[in-house]
Write a new protein. Structure first.
Length: 123
Protein backbone atom coordinates (compact mmCIF):
# COMPACT_ATOMS: atom_id res chain seq x y z
CA UNK A 1 0.00 0.00 0.00
CA UNK A 2 1.48 3.31 -0.98
CA UNK A 3 1.94 6.30 1.28
CA UNK A 4 -1.16 8.23 0.13
CA UNK A 5 -3.52 5.30 0.74
CA UNK A 6 -1.97 4.47 4.09
CA UNK A 7 -2.17 8.05 5.38
CA UNK A 8 -5.71 8.48 4.04
CA UNK A 9 -6.92 5.33 5.80
CA UNK A 10 -5.24 6.41 9.03
CA UNK A 11 -7.01 9.78 8.92
CA UNK A 12 -10.36 8.21 7.97
CA UNK A 13 -10.20 5.69 10.85
CA UNK A 14 -10.39 8.49 13.39
CA UNK A 15 -12.23 11.30 11.57
CA UNK A 16 -14.39 9.81 8.84
CA UNK A 17 -17.56 11.64 9.90
CA UNK A 18 -15.91 15.03 9.29
CA UNK A 19 -15.17 14.44 5.61
CA UNK A 20 -17.56 14.84 2.68
CA UNK A 21 -17.62 14.81 -1.12
CA UNK A 22 -16.13 18.30 -1.61
CA UNK A 23 -12.37 18.37 -2.20
CA UNK A 24 -11.85 21.95 -0.90
CA UNK A 25 -13.74 21.22 2.32
CA UNK A 26 -11.82 17.98 2.82
CA UNK A 27 -8.53 19.84 2.36
CA UNK A 28 -9.52 22.39 5.04
CA UNK A 29 -10.55 19.62 7.43
CA UNK A 30 -7.25 17.84 6.76
CA UNK A 31 -5.41 21.08 7.71
CA UNK A 32 -7.32 21.21 11.00
CA UNK A 33 -6.76 17.55 11.84
CA UNK A 34 -3.12 17.13 10.91
CA UNK A 35 0.04 18.99 10.04
CA UNK A 36 1.09 18.29 6.48
CA UNK A 37 3.70 20.72 5.22
CA UNK A 38 3.79 19.53 1.63
CA UNK A 39 1.03 21.12 -0.46
CA UNK A 40 1.17 18.30 -3.02
CA UNK A 41 0.93 15.57 -0.40
CA UNK A 42 -1.99 17.34 1.30
CA UNK A 43 -3.82 17.66 -2.03
CA UNK A 44 -3.25 13.99 -2.89
CA UNK A 45 -4.51 12.80 0.51
CA UNK A 46 -7.56 15.09 0.38
CA UNK A 47 -8.26 13.95 -3.18
CA UNK A 48 -7.96 10.29 -2.28
CA UNK A 49 -10.26 10.75 0.73
CA UNK A 50 -12.80 12.56 -1.47
CA UNK A 51 -12.68 9.75 -4.03
CA UNK A 52 -13.13 7.09 -1.35
CA UNK A 53 -16.17 8.83 0.12
CA UNK A 54 -17.74 9.38 -3.31
CA UNK A 55 -17.19 5.70 -4.12
CA UNK A 56 -18.80 4.64 -0.84
CA UNK A 57 -21.83 6.87 -1.50
CA UNK A 58 -22.16 5.58 -5.08
CA UNK A 59 -21.93 1.97 -3.88
CA UNK A 60 -24.56 2.62 -1.21
CA UNK A 61 -26.90 4.20 -3.76
CA UNK A 62 -26.40 1.24 -6.10
CA UNK A 63 -27.16 -1.14 -3.26
CA UNK A 64 -30.34 0.77 -2.36
CA UNK A 65 -31.41 0.75 -6.02
CA UNK A 66 -30.93 -3.01 -6.19
CA UNK A 67 -32.96 -3.47 -3.03
CA UNK A 68 -35.74 -1.26 -4.41
CA UNK A 69 -35.67 -3.14 -7.71
CA UNK A 70 -35.90 -6.51 -5.98
CA UNK A 71 -38.82 -5.22 -3.90
CA UNK A 72 -40.65 -4.04 -7.01
CA UNK A 73 -40.00 -7.41 -8.70
CA UNK A 74 -41.39 -9.16 -5.64
CA UNK A 75 -44.45 -6.90 -5.67
CA UNK A 76 -44.93 -7.55 -9.38
CA UNK A 77 -44.71 -11.30 -8.82
CA UNK A 78 -47.32 -11.08 -6.08
CA UNK A 79 -49.57 -9.05 -8.41
CA UNK A 80 -49.11 -11.70 -11.10
CA UNK A 81 -50.03 -14.42 -8.61
CA UNK A 82 -53.15 -12.45 -7.71
CA UNK A 83 -54.11 -12.06 -11.37
CA UNK A 84 -53.51 -15.80 -11.94
CA UNK A 85 -55.93 -16.52 -9.11
CA UNK A 86 -58.48 -14.29 -10.77
CA UNK A 87 -57.91 -16.09 -14.07
CA UNK A 88 -58.48 -19.43 -12.35
CA UNK A 89 -61.72 -18.13 -10.86
CA UNK A 90 -62.83 -16.97 -14.31
CA UNK A 91 -61.99 -20.32 -15.88
CA UNK A 92 -63.93 -22.09 -13.12
CA UNK A 93 -66.92 -19.85 -13.87
CA UNK A 94 -66.53 -20.68 -17.57
CA UNK A 95 -66.50 -24.38 -16.81
CA UNK A 96 -69.68 -23.97 -14.81
CA UNK A 97 -71.40 -22.23 -17.72
CA UNK A 98 -70.08 -24.86 -20.16
CA UNK A 99 -71.60 -27.58 -18.03
CA UNK A 100 -74.99 -25.96 -18.56
CA UNK A 101 -74.48 -25.40 -22.29
CA UNK A 102 -74.04 -29.05 -23.35
CA UNK A 103 -77.43 -29.94 -21.85
CA UNK A 104 -79.05 -27.23 -23.91
CA UNK A 105 -77.14 -28.34 -26.99
CA UNK A 106 -78.16 -31.97 -26.58
CA UNK A 107 -81.80 -30.98 -26.29
CA UNK A 108 -81.63 -28.92 -29.47
CA UNK A 109 -79.59 -31.64 -31.19
CA UNK A 110 -82.25 -34.26 -30.43
CA UNK A 111 -84.91 -31.91 -31.71
CA UNK A 112 -83.01 -31.34 -34.94
CA UNK A 113 -82.30 -35.06 -35.30
CA UNK A 114 -85.97 -35.76 -35.01
CA UNK A 115 -86.96 -33.07 -37.48
CA UNK A 116 -84.35 -34.03 -40.07
CA UNK A 117 -85.65 -37.52 -40.69
CA UNK A 118 -89.15 -36.15 -41.10
CA UNK A 119 -87.91 -33.83 -43.83
CA UNK A 120 -86.16 -36.71 -45.55
CA UNK A 121 -89.38 -38.74 -45.54
CA UNK A 122 -91.23 -35.90 -47.17
CA UNK A 123 -88.83 -35.64 -50.03
Amino acid sequence: MNRIKRLSYEVLEEHKSKFGVDFADNKKILNQISIIRSKGLKNEIAGYITRLIKTEIRDENTKQARIAASRSITETESEIETSETTTEEISEATITSEEILPETLTESATTSEVSEPEEEKTE
